[in-house]
Design a protein around this ligand. Structure first.
Ligand code: AMP
Length: 283
């Protein structure tokens, strides 16, 4: 596996691959890799000739300085996991390399409409602007055929799809399933910050999502989210930031099941001071 630190070198290598007629699958990450990330690399391996990953903790998508400072960094093990998964090249740039003209430069202007105003966008102002900025920059370097993203960050997938459409970028966005721990907790780089007690309680998040997916016919959406918000908040270390049921495409909240052709439940939950998100498709 080749490690690139400079955008120019990574870009040149990717261009050479394309010239040889090889397709490129790209997996952008912020490191602290786990099996969820690796599943994306494996899917890229199945779909493309060449797999490129990136590891970059993007400062412009953090709306909280403490969260950025505490973001786990495990570069050594990240590289060995990528190598074992069959990744061909990894781009590990510095902030200066990604934003040579400063962090305000290269901001992406895309009218996201409601999907850029609800759920994570509402609770983490500026987050998706930072995500679009870094993903656009990375796509410009790598120029992949396929971009592999995790459904765990469902709203992020919609936002990036919208950006790809807006810029008419010649890349296919591939959404991959959420990989979970044995007790159902969605794998996340932030999970290693959970205390043992908070870790145990964090498994309740997916239990609640599963229960909603099971019982939805018996209650209306508002009633269900109220019941499960209260159930989750009854755990001492859990504090629900939001639990919402929305249309799967518009992300507009629904008040009756007939309002959506397909509905998704979204959760953002603090577990012992660590913010976790998850989602599940109801129907
Ligand atoms: P991150 O490092 O958190 O920015 O995530 C990088 C990519 O991995 C994103 O496309 C995420 O949606 C994806 N990802 C994160 N956690 C998981 C998971 N548990 N299962 C599948 N994909 C994931």
């Amino acid at each position: 596996m080749i490690v690139f630190r400079k955008a120019a070198n990574a870009g040149e290598w990717c261009a050479d691959m394309r010239e040889e007629g090889l397709s490129i699958g790209f997996v952008p990450t912020m490191g602290a890799l786990h099996r969820g990330h690796i599943s994306l690399v494996e899917e890229a391996r199945r779909r493309c000739d060449v797999v490129v990953a990136s590891i970059f903790v993007n400062p412009t998508q953090f709306n909280n300085a403490g969260d950025l400072e505490n973001y786990p960094v495990t570069l050594e093990s990240d590289q060995s996991m990528l190598r074992s998964a069959g990744c061909d090249a990894v781009f590990i740039p510095t902030v200066q390399e990604v934003y040579p003209d400063g962090q305000q430069a290269g901001r992406v202007e895309v009218d996201l409409g409601y999907i850029g105003a609800c759920l994570e966008a509402e609770h983490r102002p500026g987050h998706f602007e930072g995500v679009m900025q870094v993903v656009k920059r990375l796509l410009d370097v790598v120029n992949p055929d396929k971009l592999l993203l995790g459904r765990k960050d469902y709203q992020q997938c919609l936002v990036i799809r919208r950006m790809v459409e807006a810029y008419k970028l010649p890349v296919e966005v591939v959404q991959c399933p959420t990989v979970r721990e044995a007790d159902g907790l969605a794998m996340s780089s932030r999970n290693i910050r959970l205390s043992p007690g908070a870790r145990r309680e964090a498994a309740e998040i997916y239990r609640a999502l599963q229960a909603i997916c099971r019982d939805w016919r018996e209650h209306g959406p508002h009633h269900l989210t109220k019941i499960y918000t209260d159930k989750l908040n009854a755990f001492p270390q859990i504090d629900v930031e939001y639990l919402e049921i929305t249309d799967s495409e518009s992300l507009r909240p629904i008040s009756a099941w007939s309002e959506a052709g397909s509905a998704v439940v979204f959760a953002a939950v603090w577990a012992g001071g660590v913010r976790l998100i998850d989602n599940a498709t109801i129907y």
